[in-house]
Structures are given as C-alpha cells and as structure tokens.
Design a protein around this ligand. Sequence first.
Ligand code: PMP
Length: 399
Amino acid sequence: MAIFDKFQHLAATRQALADSGIDSIHVVMDNIVSPTEAVANGRNMILAGTNNYLGLTFDPMCIDAACDAARAEGTGTTGSRVANGSYSGHVELERELADFFGFRGVIVFSTGYVANLGMLSTLTNPGDVLLIDSDCHASIYDGCRLSGADIIRFRHNNVDDLEKRLRRLGERSANTLIVVEGIYSMLGDRAPLADIVDLKRRYGAYLLVDEAHSLGVLGDRGRGCAEEAGVIEDVDFIVGTFSKSLGAIGGYCASNHPELDLMRYASRPYVFTASPSPSIVASTRAALKILCSRPDLRSRLWQNAQRLYQRLQELGFVLGPEPSPIVAVRLESKEQALALWLGLLDRGVYVNLVLPPATPDGGCLLRCSVSAGHSREQIDTICEAFESFQSWEQTAQIA
Ligand code: PMP
C-alpha cells in the first residue's frame, strides 16, 4: 500500500466533502439540453460554469461538420501526425488559424493543456529562464517544470515586479520567456499586455500569452487580449484552446517565428500523442468561421457578463477585480463556499466550486462563466439564486 499512502489526506478530504453531499465530479449530467441547460442528478440546471463563451456546442453547422467528417474520415486519427501523417483538415485548420491571427504559422495540439506543455517544455531548457505570472494555469506550471529552465514567478499582473526581475537577470533576459494569460481563468481579470510588451522589448525577452479564455471574447475580431491591447504583432507566441469559445477540444500555438515549425519535431507532447480526430477538426473549423462572422455573439456575451457582474456586486458579493465572462464570487471560508455551491445546485444553478490549492490566493471561489447562449432570463435566474443566499446566516443554515 506504500505508494498510496500519500493519498490518504486526499481520501479524507474527499470523504468529508462526500459526507456533506458535495462532489462536483459526481454531479452527473444525465441529459445535456443546450449549451446552457442540462438535467443533472435528475433536476433541471442552468449551466453557469462551462467556459462555453459563444454557446457553439450545439450549433448546427458545427454538428453537421463533425458528423460529415466522421463519416468521411472515420472517428479518430489513431496516431501522431509525425507517425501517421497529417489529415488535410489539420493543415487547413492551421492555415485558417494563422490567417485569423495574421501570424506566419500555427501548430495544432491535441488539447490546450498539451499546447502549453509542448511549447513551454520545448522552447526553454536548462539554462533558460521562465518568468511567469503567479496566477498562471496549471498547464503552464507543468510545462515550465518539464522544460528544466529556471522558473521565476512575478506577482500577479504586477508590471513593476516583472521589471525588477528582468533587471536582475541582466544578460540572461535574452534567454527569458515571459508567460502570462490574456484573461485569467479563475478571477477573470486581464493582463496589462501593453506594459508587458513594452518591458519584453526593452529587455530583449520573449513573450507567450495564453489566450484560452480570451479567444472569441476580446478584441475587435475576437483574437483576444493582445488584439484588444493593440499589441498582437509584438507577442511571440499565442497559445490557446478549442475547448472554450470554439466548443470542442484541442489546442494551438500561433507565432511569426519561422522556427515554430521545428517544434513539430522537437516537442514530445506533439510528437508522442494522437492528433485531433477529424470530427473535432471539422467542428473547430466551423466554429472559427462563426467566431469571425458573428460579432453579435461577442456583444451578447458581454451584455450577459456585465449584467451578472453588476447584479452580484449590487447584492454585496465580493467579486473578481473587473467584469468579464468569468465572474468569480469570493467567499470567506470553505464552509461558506460549499454551502453556497450546494444551495445553488438545489436552486438549479451549476457553477464551479474552486477550493485551495486550485485558487490563486488560497481563497475559496464560486466561479461562474457566462455564455452568449444564456438568455437574459437565465442570467436573472442565476442572480435570483445567489440573492436567496445574500445573507450568510441563511447560507450557514443549509451548511
Ligand atoms: N490554459 C488555460 C488558461 C486554461 O484555463 C485551460 C483550461 N481551463 C487550459 C490552458 C487547458 O485547456 P484544455 O482544457 O483545452 O486542455
């Protein structure tokens, strides 16, 4: 049993949660009704924690494209592109993404997690430096670890702290990759990209931006935070995922550096895993077309985001620093978070329960994510559910 000893504390925590009726993995979605509704554990739920920002998971064009591709090319590629070759859809998707970003090249990976793992571990090696925002996603941390480079964290969104660390690095700044996110996944705040780009230029470093939560969400053409900040050409590598605004699964890296293509031979998380299946590639391509041709979805998303943020703020909840499609409700204790999460489920609203160590500052969060697919009425229902727990005495009673 020795190798399992280390899991004992986890088993105890899980059991304590299960005893209080909480286990988010075991909330079974019996029936997914639409991008924003499901029947879960036998009751109707509004889904407010999906990252389905544009609500495209049920789009008929995406579904038809996926079905046609599966019929024409089969259900899976059954191997890596290095071993089995590329399907024409992989190549076309990469070209379409490169055109969309206005970048020279794109590599498609099997997930967003793998995109970060593949890029970070290959771009930097022992002797190089990774300067990462302390709130970065686990996939960034894991990719950094795999690289063997020196990892230095700077304080979240703190440009002065970043500059201090770049200054200290001296000549090593030329071997430094700065890593940030566009919109941060937990609190929904944005990176100050114009300032970060200014620093990376002055110190001769490189910059990778993970736009997982900002693709389709920010920028005139939906290209993300770098587009919104007017610095897209200055970003060395944009990484992202197909699993949020594009409603599928997969990841990518876009870059103007011609060396990007060499990653296909050097990046183990690219070489040694199966490439995305034809249906995924086809639905992603259809979703990208919709993202480009339907700016109204972005406007709708932001109307919903502003409405939820404003209403919850008026109700006195402590939220993330700025309105965004990720609305994080901060809670004082694990007990409060658990009680509120269960109470919302009971009222037919599903949000993400996020407890330490997954939270940025060790706090507890209920993380809502808003979709263009939410109706105004659904947003109001979510707000009303929160409103019924406005007073913590009430929340304590259901704990
Ligand atoms: N980067 C960020 C910032 C994320 O939030 C996530 C997923 N939540 C990923 C990467 C990984 O994406 P995927 O789920 O597509 O693997």
